[in-house]
Design a protein around this ligand. Sequence first.
Ligand code: SF4
Length: 327
Amino acid sequence: MIHLVSISGGKDSTATLILALEQHGHDNVRAVFADTGNEHEATYEYALGYLPQELGIEVAVVRADFTREFEVKRANLARIAAGEPESAVYGGRQFDYPWTPEAAARALELLHPTGVPFLDLCLLRGGFPSRKRQYCTEYLKTIPLTEHAMGFIDQGHAVWSWQGVRIQESDARRTRLQGTGACVRSFEVVGGGLFIYRPILRWLVQDVFKAHELAGVKPNPLYLQDMERVGCMPCVNCSKLELRAIAKRFPHHIERVAEMERLVSMVCRPGSPVSFFHRGTQGHSGQVSTIHGVVEWSMTSRGGRQFDLLAASEEPAACSSSFGLCE
Ligand code: SF4
């Protein structure tokens, strides 16, 4: 039996890993990190440097590989660039933003795997995921992590996949978990030797940090720097306040996203809008939606009409955890 814990560098998955190690010991527990290529450097250091050292474990790293998808897309673009109608290439489908042969030829020159899974996925899709179309989690995390688990099953092991999910974590999750009951179980039999275990489902955030403290493990330092979550930097779901904090503390990540927007816009369908945050999804409907436009909006007071000068000029405090870690 393998107890497999997928860690993100966040507080909940770290507490889950601590619990798994305490209950089943180092010989029976494996940790795995799904690298989106879109994480903060502090998260990489925490998940792949600090935690292995502090807990005496190895952390496997999995990355989505889109080599085959690039080959298919490039082959399709080559046909369109050569003058074949797009409807013939895509089985009669019609598109809001059709390719032209010229645009397809230009995209063909530029469309190659970068080795950064998040960016590769966006290049292939010609856009970014959003709250409504959150395909990033499936392609960048669920599929590679499931394949990793299947590797153990193929070797003859049963696998308990430990998930650091808490009902209290967010309103949306609370509604989803309690509303349908679909995921509320702390234990599920998937079949084929795979089981899902959610041991901290009803823990409060204080319990999570207490588990760190009892194990002598520090939480990810990003929690002390205004970050409510430490997944992608930024996540497409991040709040206005988080984005404001990211822009102030980590402007290089804003520039990295701006560069991704530029690259994706060069290989997308002609005229199709490309922006990291989709219009309306962060409450900034009507604003210019490029990352720089949305960051500017994040500096405004509620409603977005009045620029908040105080917010723009304030230096971020050295330590301002929203979890009260510094009390
Ligand atoms: S952290 Fe956010 S952006 Fe990253 S994979 Fe998850 S949902 Fe997508």
